[in-house]
Design a protein around this ligand. Structure first.
Ligand SMILES: [Zn+2]
Length: 141
């Protein structure tokens, strides 16, 4: 079992036909981005059509989970029962994902430390047996 950062009462994401492979990879603790097989453009969240060339052909590229904080906000109001406050929602620029950014949380961080450009690394949070959420924490040396 992974570390836990958010309570079970958090709203759960819903997979659909386009995003299901992404969630299945996440359940295996693999962070992937969708990659167009026609032009190699990467995208996240998954989408049925490439925004660059309109191809519907795509595969999945596993990425390291390293990146940096592109922007963030500090939340002081809970959205779920038993939630620790404040918490950080951030846009993470992934370093080996073709320019893709992911919206997630930065955990294990004081609001005094969070900053644009802060190097972060992936940490998985298992919310249940088949749902893992990628979170990020300050990169450890
Ligand atoms: Zn394309």
């Amino acid at each position: 079992m992974s570390e836990r950062f958010f309570p079970d009462s958090m709203p759960q994401p819903m997979a659909d036909a386009t995003t299901l492979p992404w969630w299945q990879a996440a359940a295996e603790h693999r962070l992937v981005v969708q990659r167009c097989t026609a032009c190699q453009h990467t995208r996240l969240p998954p989408a049925p059509i490439c925004s660059e060339c309109r191809s519907t052909d795509a595969d999945w590229k596993e990425v390291s989970g390293r990146g940096e904080v592109y922007t963030y906000t500090i939340v002081h109001r809970p959205i779920a029962a038993d939630q620790e406050l404040p918490y950080v929602i951030a846009v993470i620029a992934l370093e080996d994902a073709g320019g893709v950014r992911i919206i997630s949380n930065v955990v294990d961080v004081s609001p005094d430390v969070i900053a644009v450009g802060l190097p972060v690394e992936l940490v998985w949070e298992d919310m249940s047996a088949d749902l893992a959420i990628p979170r990020f924490r300050p990169r450890r040396p």
